[in-house]
Design a binder for this molecule. Structure first.
Ligand code: NAD
Ligand code: MG
Length: 395
């Protein structure tokens, strides 16, 4: 068997580390061609020593010097490249077969597009890239002949439940149901959310994840981004994408067919499962996750996601019914707001205020998006607006 050559963008993050964990179980199937990291150079060095990739990418010369020194001392021949263009070069490298997109935020859009245009097998964890890129992203996938495979657990679940023949989805499927855990504050008095600390917000009950997505899970903005992600991945209009709270995170999502039959994918909440599926599709390989122990499950329960408790979720539906670009504005606002919350500038409920105000302020300013450059300019404008809103809230 020829081995799949893999580039992992964001290798030191939660998804990146889980990906390497799965890959390490199957040295006969996967070869690590390239790894990238933004800050944790020492972790990246340790990964390079273990997996011996051809290429590693870091953000600047200082990080490159440190990584090169470590590689030299360890006798590892990994080549080191620097900056955002090197990320794109790796994602589209002719010797790379598959790209795991596990960078967090819109920063991952350019390398995703590079991988898509180069016709790679693109394993998408980086949902913000698709939320921002939207139609441009999907056009790049089509034009490049890429294979786009969802890694987000809900979207992997839906993908596993859908018939293989994409053309029949519309006629066979009535709607899909994304499950949401409800995060750490599902039952907390909304009036007390003002005092939530960043550490409380990132302490997710069921999943261990990076800080940004953990805050998004607490605000339900993660599910908002996932509704938009599902819209693009499965070509479904917003009214056919529903959300239900399922606190146990065992049912990862569901497809409701025309005949009212419901298909669901279940499992322990472990990202190694959707990662292994993306890596091996259409086959199945051992993921390293424990199998579901049915007898230890007390109950599988479901609750509505209400506007009172989770107003952020509804911004996704507004964005999808708004002008093209509205989702990119929402994502940009949220990235800025979460960063401001994590550094102590704003309070937890103000994340939603920043998002809602930025979306309102930007709505009349969203022009025609003829090219990707227009979209990137809109992203920059929305971030500037969000920073104004953050400033206004903290004065
Ligand atoms: P994380 O913060 O743990 O890791 C992010 C990775 O991206 C790190 O390797 C970091 O070095 C790199 N990175 C950060 N900013 C960068 C930049 N500007 N340029 C280049 N590289 C940068 O995040 P995570 O939890 O692994 O999530 C990664 C993506 O996967 C996110 O989009 C998240 O929404 C999605 N996702 C994560 C999970 C999960 O369980 N962690 C589940 C579903 C989807
Ligand atoms: Mg998810």
């Amino acid at each position: 068997m020829t081995r799949q050559r893999l580039a992992i963008l964001g290798a030191t993050g939660s998804i990146g580390v889980s990906t390497l964990d799965v890959v390490a179980r199957h040295p006969d199937r996967y070869e690590v061609f390239g790894l990238t990291a933004q800050r944790r150079v020492d972790e990246l060095l340790a990964q390079c020593v273990r997996f011996r990739p051809r290429l590693a990418v870091v953000p600047d010369d200082a990080a490159a010097a440190r990584l090169r020194a470590g590689l030299l001392a360890a006798g590892v021949a990994t080549e080191v490249a620097v900056g955002p263009s090197a990320l794109c070069d790796l994602a589209s490298h002719p010797e790379v077969d598959s790209v795991m997109a596990a960078i967090v935020g819109a920063a991952g859009l350019a390398p995703c597009l590079a991988a898509a245009r180069a016709g790679k097998r693109l394993l998408l964890a980086n949902k913000e890239a698709l939320v921002v890129g939207g139609a441009f992203f999907m056009d790049a996938v089509r034009a490049g002949g890429a294979t786009l495979l969802p890694i987000d657990s809900e979207h992997s679940a839906i993908f596993q439940c859908l018939p293989e023949d994409r053309g029949s989805w519309n006629s066979r499927i009535d709607h899909i149901v994304l499950t949401a855990s409800g995060g750490p504050f599902r039952t907390r008095d909304p009036a007390s959310l003002h005092d939530v600390t960043p550490d409380e917000a990132v302490a997710h009950p069921n999943w261990v994840m990076g800080r940004k997505i953990s805050v998004d899970s607490a605000t339900m903005m993660n599910k908002a981004l996932e509704v938009i992600e599902a819209h693009w991945l499965f070509s479904l209009p917003p009214e056919r994408i529903r959300v239900v709270i399922h606190p146990q995170s065992i049912v990862h999502s569901m497809v409701v067919c025309r005949d009212a039959s419901v298909l669901a994918q279940l499992g322990t909440p472990d990202m190694k499962v959707p990662i292994a599926y993306g890596l091996s599709f259409p086959e199945r390989i051992e993921s390293g996750a424990p199998a579901l122990d049915f007898l230890s499950l007390k109950a599988l329960t479901f609750e509505p996601a209400t506007r009172e408790r989770f107003p952020g979720l509804f911004l996704a539906y507004d964005a999808l019914s708004g002008p093209e670009g509205a989702s990119a504005v929402l994502n940009a606002a949220n990235e800025e707001a979460v960063a401001a919350f994590l550094d102590g500038t704003i309070r937890f409920p103000q994340i939603h205020s920043v998002n809602a105000r930025t979306v309102d302020a930007m709505a009349p300013r969203i022009g025609r998006l003829a090219a990707l450059e227009d979209l990137m300019a809109l992203d920059a404008q929305a971030r500037a607006q969000a920073r104004l809103e953050i400033g206004a809230l903290t004065r």
